[in-house]
Write a protein that binds this ligand. Structure first.
Ligand code: F0G
Length: 456
């Protein structure tokens, strides 16, 4: 049966059509850092899938009847019930976005000197672990290192390594095991149910809480129904619920699979952990029934959490990502395989072999996409992950030079993605013409968001 997109636009936003000369000038003004570009100079914005989706008519309609009373508002209960349909934990606390959820939960679970084990900590997640004086240790499964293989669950955590650490002298320091679904920091790859089950057994045997970073719980669940033996007949919400059952707690940025511009939750089984989180939330985010969110957002989330597990919506998301990956591949640009749902990851290092890591090929390709087509994307290579000396020279490169084309939910259609493919094809015709970059200003903290650069 041919694929039919299960929605149409009800309200539209014009996008700017710019000239190459304008874009050259904008990049100069931005210090050649796409994060510094004003969005009204960006035609296709693939910088992030976070908070950038389109809301539905039902989300808008429910938001109109939000209850904004300070405590115990009806909107809170609708939000909490929607979370609980998927997350089988007693305690559900709203906060304004994912990183707030991380800060609050880690405050309850991790002390100075503790260790957090993960398949891969997302960057704010890592920062929130380290701000506690704790160590964030990434243990991706060995299969993740081969970007080209079609291994279906490269997001898995290395369970044998977790077991080894928990059986050794570091056990007392391990405060949590955090599994990120899907694994945004490592190619947007899914985690299998078998892997979650195995790591939960190890976590329980050693008495360590297993936490899901569930920002893309519905996309992970969809890929499980598509790729894992035994789950073909499950609905995405049944799979998601099963995944949470393996865990003791979860944080989720609902700017992704909550289909909302803001919001998150912390959900835990343990009343004592919930108590500690609640005190922090009341002091820093807002009372426990709104956590810094308006009733308007809580209503949008209650509807978004139900819409996001619709199999037709998720099939469409898979179709769009696969389409963009196919366009990139046809243009001669390799992508991390197999493609996930929220983004495709381009192998910039392979496309631009004339640039060494110290010339930042990922950043060079991201800059070329903007210069040639007004397309914005984020580098995930040595600019983000490498280390620099005091002269801003690269001393240790990242393992891969990638860029991420993130797909906002329900926003771009095939014609936009086709355009991205055409711009990529133009660049790939003469990759040798793409210049490398030198860093001119590199703040010590959160460098990739704030640095400046110039073409060589
Ligand atoms: N965890 C994961 C896996 C994420 O991808 C993000 C955000 C967060 C936590 C933090 O949530 O933004 O609501 O505070 N990822 C965005 C991105 C920013 O573009 O990948 P937040």
């Amino acid at each position: 049966m041919p694929h039919l997109r299960p929605f149409v636009s009800a309200v539209v936003r014009p996008i700017p059509i710019t000239t190459r000369a304008e874009r050259m000038r904008e990049m100069d003004l931005a210090g050649h850092n796409p994060f510094n570009l004003p969005a009204d100079k960006v035609s296709i914005d693939l910088l992030s899938d976070s908070g950038t989706g389109a809301v539905s008519i039902d989300q808008q309609a429910w938001a109109q009847r939000a209850d904004e009373r300070y405590a115990g508002a009806e909107s809170f209960y609708r939000y909490r019930d929607a979370v609980r349909e998927i997350v089988p934990f007693e305690h559900v606390l709203p906060v304004h976005q994912g990183r707030a959820a991380e800060r609050v939960l880690f405050g309850a679970l991790l002390g100075e000197g503790a260790i957090s084990l993960s398949n891969t900590h997302f960057d704010t997640t890592r920062a929130n672990v380290e701000l506690r004086g704790a160590e964030a240790r990434d243990l991706p499964c060995p299969e993740a290192a081969d970007l080209d293989s079609d291994f279906p669950f490269k997001g898995n955590i290395d369970v044998a390594e977790v077991e080894r650490i928990l059986s050794g002298p570091e056990r007392e320091r391990v405060g949590q095991i955090l599994v990120t679904v899907t694994n945004n920091g490592f190619g947007g790859q899914p985690v299998s149910m078998a892997n979650l089950e195995a790591v939960s057994e190890v976590a329980r045997a050693h008495g360590v809480p297993l936490i899901l970073d569930a920002a893309r719980f519905a996309e992970n669940a969809w890929l499980v129904t598509r790729r894992e033996q035994g789950y073909q007949d499950w609905t995405p919400s049944e799979v998601a619920r099963r995944a949470f059952e393996f865990a003791d707690g979860a944080v989720a940025s609902l700017k992704k699979d909550g289909l909302s511009p803001e919001g998150a939750f912390i959900a835990v089984r343990d009343g004592r952990v919930a108590d500690r989180c609640e005190v922090d939330i009341i002091a820093t985010e807002g009372f426990r029934t709104y956590g810094g969110l308006t009733g308007h957002t809580l209503e949008q989330l209650a509807v978004g959490l139900r819409e996001v597990v619709d199999p037709n919506y998720l099939a469409d998301r898979e179709n769009e990502a696969a389409y963009l990956a196919a366009r990139a591949n046809q243009a001669g640009v390799d992508t991390v395989q197999p493609s996930g749902l929220h983004a495709i990851y381009l192998n910039a290092g392979r496309l631009l072999p004339h640039l060494s890591p110290s010339q930042f090929p990922g950043h060079a390709l991201a800059s070329a996409l903007y210069r040639e087509g007004g397309i914005r994307a984020a580098e995930l290579g040595s600019l983000y992950l490498g280390s620099l000396d005091e002269n801003n020279e690269l001393v240790s490169p990242a393992p891969f030079e990638l860029i991420r084309l993130a797909l906002p939910r329900r926003v771009y259609d095939h014609s936009h993605l086709e355009y991205v493919g055409e711009v990529l094809a133009d660049i790939a015709k003469d990759p040798g013409a793409v210049p490398g970059y030198r860093i001119t200003h590199a703040p010590k903290v959160l460098r990739h968001f704030r640095c400046r650069a110039e073409p060589i």
